[in-house]
Design a binder for this molecule. Structure first.
Ligand code: BG6
Length: 502
């Protein structure tokens, strides 16, 4: 991309939450950093009958409220680049008007279409765009960004893939998984492949097990309608967490070319040991938060949330044990868990190293279980290494101590948001951090037995867990080794939900 080339960024679902919280603030941040071409326009599209002026005002407030960057001096210049046109998503005739609105901008033919809409529209909008020729690349590139979830299961993902590929080429499709846009998730690659000391240990010979936790203290907030047809497995595990697992487990890519990295991620997903339907109850735990009281405050249960059915069986917690059947990881268990209304918001990857063959010393039981490398993805981004040290004084007692790096210690280094990074990449045409269709399909295929078994209430129980707890007790039993447990980054609930270390 040269700076002279114009770009039209078209956001479908422009009156929605994601647009105001993430997309527009991220675009503004890119604008301030001069990372957008001078000839840039953002066209908001949605069903709401608002004017361009109204859209500009709403986005101005959003940028100020959900700010990505401290510099507010260019907001007025930025919002002059914003336009709005209403549309009926499923009515192809309104796409003619959309095309006219685009032509009137006179910016040229490079366009990104960002689908920030309900997933049910991911097939319809691209077909209608193609019907009016907005997928054709003769006068400039056209890219389609699709939010997750890509499909609802393997079958629907395949159908969606076929629908999209009727008119669009795979190179035009950018499936966004904002976890991969997180700086600390990308840092997994740098930590692993730029440090000689980690990589030799990064395998079945030295690693006992790997744990990935993504906990949220909030409930489903205003998204009950969407969430109730999704659940933790589809919302977080099938995409974000399997991608994080793949980046943790992948082989070194031959280069940083998109294909090289994506091929290695795909190989990991293809090596996931298939789960038998009969073993689902032993390896996959699901839960749903029930009402409770935290520090005297009543917290509603999931079924009492707005938009959620009174008898809903949707899981708000999911935990999974699995194996990657390849040379590096043969026999090493991976444990993943995610949930809403847990005690705190934290996402981390914990590498649990094997203990020494014989423990000579007395002291810390945790240390005897092995060293831990904790890659904190959020919040308090950083890396923590836990190792044993002699307790000063007589004897040889061992105590666990931390070597702890915090990104916040790097002065003057702003961590761009995941959306900022991914939007920038979509403008540059860099697909490295966007999962390929094949990756998404393999992930759905892997989870199919769990999805099938969870359809049946009686085959695998849905455990209730009190809001503010670490999920159902049964998730602890996934880890069969009695010497180890999940890491509980914050045992005591803090009022502000801030991450705290044990
Ligand atoms: C989204 C899910 O993809 O990720 C949400 O739909 C979830 O349910 C969110 O809350 C978590 O993202 P983050 O970046 O806050 O960890």
């Amino acid at each position: 991309m040269t700076n002279e080339e114009g770009i039209i960024y078209v956001i479908f679902g422009a009156s929605g939450d994601l647009t105001k919280r993430k997309l527009v603030p991220a675009l503004y941040s890119l604008f301030v950093q001069k990372l957008l071409p001078p000839n840039f326009a953002l066209l908001g599209v949605s069903r709401s009958a608002i004017s361009t002026e109204g859209f500009r005002e709403a986005m101005k407030s959003a940028i100020l409220e959900f700010k990505e960057i401290d510099d507010a001096s260019e907001i007025d210049a930025f919002i002059q680049r914003l336009y709005y046109t209403p549309i009926q998503f499923d009515d192809v005739s309104t796409y003619v008007a959309l095309k006219q609105a685009i032509d009137q901008l006179q910016i040229g033919g490079n366009m990104v279409f960002y689908l920030s809409t309900p997933p049910s529209l991911y097939g319809i909008i691209p077909r209608h765009l193609a019907a009016v020729g907005l997928h054709k690349q003769e006068n400039g590139w056209k890219r389609l960004i699709i939010e997750k979830p890509f499909g609802y299961d393997l079958e629907s993902a395949l159908t969606l893939k076929n629908t999209l590929l009727t008119d669009w080429h795979e190179e035009q499709l950018f499936r966004i998984d904002h976890y991969i846009g997180k700086e600390t998730v990308q840092n997994l690659l740098v930590t692993r492949f730029s440090n000689g000391m980690f990589e030799p240990l990064w395998n079945r010979n030295y690693i006992h097990h790997i744990e990935i936790t993504s906990a949220e203290s909030l409930g489903v907030e205003k998204r009950g309608g969407y969430y109730d047809s999704s659940g933790a497995l589809r919302d977080m595990l099938q995409n974000h967490l399997l991608q994080v697992a793949a980046l943790t487990a992948m082989e070194p890519p031959s280069s940083l070319e998109p294909a090289a990295i994506r091929n290695e991620i795909l190989k990991v997903l293809q090596s996931l040991r298939p789960i038998n339907r009969e073993e689902v109850a032993q390896v996959a735990i699901r839960g749903q938060y029930v009402s409770s009281s935290i520090k005297g405050k009543a917290i509603p249960g999931y079924r009492e949330e707005e938009g959620v059915g009174a008898g809903s069986l949707t899981e708000t917690f999911a935990a999974l044990k699995f194996y990657i059947d390849n040379w590096r990881w043969g026999g090493v268990p991976f444990y993943i868990r995610t949930g809403k209304r847990l005690p705190t918001r934290v996402t981390e990857v914990v590498i649990h190293f094997k203990p020494t063959p014989h423990f000579l010393f007395s002291g810390n039981r945790l240390h005897q279980a092995g060293n831990q490398l904790v890659i904190r993805i959020q919040p308090d981004e950083g890396i923590l290494l836990k190792f044993g040290m002699k307790t000063p004084g007589a004897g040889f007692e061992v105590q666990n101590v931390n070597m702890d790096f915090h990104y916040s210690d790097l002065s003057n280094q702003r961590i761009p948001s995941a959306y900022e990074r991914l939007i920038y990449d979509s403008i540059k045409g860099d697909a490295t951090l966007f999962p390929r269709t094949e990756e998404v399909l393999v992930a759905w295929k892997f989870l199919t037995p769990v999805i099938e078994a969870w359809k049946n209430e009686h085959e695998v129980p849905l455990h209730g867990y009190p809001a503010g707890s670490w999920g159902p007790r049964e998730a602890d039993d996934l880890i069969q080794d009695k010497e180890i447990t999940w890491r509980y980054p914050c045992k005591n609930l803090s009022d502000d939900g801030i991450y705290c270390e044990l």
